[in-house]
Design a binder for this molecule. Sequence first.
Ligand SMILES: [Mg+2]
Length: 184
Amino acid sequence: MPEYIVESIQDITPGFLKNLGAKGILIDVDNTLAYDNRKDIFPGVPRWVELMKAAGVKIIIMSNSFKVRVSPVAKALDLPYMTRCHKPAVKSYLKAAQLLGLSPDECIMVGDQMLTDIRGANESGIKSVYVMPVAFETNIFYKNIFKTRRANERRVIMQYNEAHGTDFDLPPQIKAEMRKEDLI
Ligand SMILES: [Mg+2]
């Protein structure tokens, strides 16, 4: 269960971080900053990164993917990055916090997958922020895996809603790819 859910990373403001006593962001790439396996970064992301940097917030990219996939995104945003992190491996989260010069409780992790991004943050003493995935995974190999993953995540989102009185849900373009029985 994530500590927080946001619709998009633009909902994460310097004020949001200040309220949490956080100074740094560990952030996922695929479906958080950019379309999975594509180099195009989501609109609004470069501006968001600039605003965060201007506010003195430190950011590091933490991806389970390879350097060839992650480095163009990191370079475009001028951010430090870690690849092949094996999220939810705690070791990588602690390393990322250390690279920012912060303690784990001064960091938040932002990502679109409960099993990797959120689980590892919770186990590392790093505040977890689930961001709604933007699009359904396009990779043929992962498509069926993600039908199940997104279904499980949606159950967690519904539990979060019940606990917090919110009404978050996966976006329509993702629900359109999911099995009908998982959308009840
Ligand atoms: Mg992701």
